[in-house]
Design a protein around this ligand. Structure first.
Ligand SMILES: Nc1ncnc2c1ncn2[C@@H]1O[C@H](COP(=O)(O)OP(=O)(O)OP(=O)(O)O)[C@@H](O)[C@H]1O
Ligand SMILES: [Mg+2]
Length: 341
């Protein structure tokens, strides 16, 4: 009975300590005295609420307010950091034709989305994980780009069942590649637990973010579902980030600094920031963002060999450090790092 996914309640007519102990040892999760109060109803309600999320992963969509904002870069690095921190994580590319998640992680396709959809009913977690491409960080990747001939089989009504299936076998399902508000994108947005809206400090990006947020409100997504991530953040930018976030009226999850050279080098080599530039401030920002999502600090990636023995502890001074301050910021400011998904 121990470890059973079905919670067991012990019901008794009196509060007998000996009986309570025996019931708990036998695997009961709660001991309820039937004394005419509403205790039983309260306990069942609480267990139902817990059960709705117990053992089910979270679906996190990274959505660009404007093309080229850095959604793929952020999705890949967040997923990689979650995996490095020991979370079972799958990165899904829903840009079926031109998605670049695989290239960003220098992987080649294994089982495509269309095949997972066909075999979902007979796959367990083990088989699923061994069928997907896997990056050295531990993150699994699911894409369609190498199997374009079957792309039309990935239809909007299948997106929610696919995500539910993945969420039963992974702690985090990170989605990239959604464009606009077509049927496929809408199905994925609806099925997401959290949407990270990536924007930058430019007027077109701000305007598009405003439009996206208006639509999210029209879709009745609750206030907790959507969070802003400001990418390529520069303190010196004439567009003040606090004012920008305030004007959008949606809470920010974090800021990721700007360094074209460091980021492009990593992308072109198919490396994550934690591999390519582990001490970079962008890496610190991304780690803070990932920590905010899981609700606890993430350990730094361990490096092996001589390099780690001789490495400096200093952060590379490539851009102003921002997210390290997040934990001290108020809940709706752009620097937070303490809230879990
Ligand atoms: N924090 C950053 N600092 C500097 N450059 C960045 C940063 N993030 C992304 N970039 C640059 O922006 C480019 C676009 O990033 P990315 O492909 O992740 O955007 P995207 O939103 O996924 O774009 P698309 O709309 O094409 O899918 C990258 O190739 C990289 O050169
Ligand atoms: Mg992209």
């Amino acid at each position: 009975m121990h470890g059973s996914p079905v919670p067991v309640l012990a019901l008794a007519s009196a509060k007998d300590p000996d009986l309570i102990l025996r019931a708990m040892r036998a695997g009961a999760r709660e001991f309820v005295v039937l004394d005419g109060s509403h205790e039983l109803a309260r306990v069942v309600e609480r267990l139902l609420k817990q059960g709705a999320k117990d053992g089910v992963g979270r679906v996190i969509t990274v959505f660009s307010a404007k093309g080229g904002s850095g959604a793929t870069f952020i999705a890949a690095n967040l997923a990689g950091m979650l995996a490095e921190a020991g979370q079972r994580c799958v990165l899904v590319d829903l840009d079926l034709e031109l998605g670049d998640v695989q290239v960003t992680l220098d992987l080649s396709g294994r089982m495509p989305i269309s095949e997972v959809l066909r075999n979902m009913h007979r796959m367990d977690g083990e088989l699923l994980r061994s069928s997907l491409a896997r990056h050295a960080s531990g993150v699994h990747v699911l894409s369609q780009v190498d199997h374009l001939e079957e792309a039309e089989q990935v239809k909007a009504p299948l997106v929610a069942p696919l995500l539910r299936f993945l969420a039963t076998h992974f702690d985090y399902v990170v989605l990239d590649g959604l464009q606009g508000f077509g049927d496929l994108a809408l199905a994925a947005l609806d099925a997401s637990d959290r949407i990270l809206l990536v924007l930058s400090q430019t007027v077109p990006s701000l305007k598009n973010a405003q439009r996206c947020l208006e639509l999210f409100r029209a879709f009745r997504y609750d206030g907790d579902k959507v969070r802003l991530v400001v990418n390529r953040y520069q303190k010196s930018d004439p567009i003040d980030v606090e004012a920008m976030v305030d004007s959008l009226g949606s809470p920010a999850l974090g800021l990721v600094g700007n360094n074209y050279g460091v980021v492009t080098t990593a992308i072109n080599q198919g490396l994550l920031m934690s591999e390519s530039a582990p001490r970079s401030r962008i890496t610190v920002d991304l780690r803070n963002l990932a920590a905010t999502l899981v609700g606890k600090p993430l350990p730094e990636k361990q490096r092996s060999g001589f390099r780690s023995l001789f490495s400096s502890k200093k952060t590379t001074p490539d851009e102003p450090r921002v997210s390290a301050r997040e934990a001290k910021e108020p809940p709706h400011g752009p620097h937070r790092a303490t809230e879990s998904t």
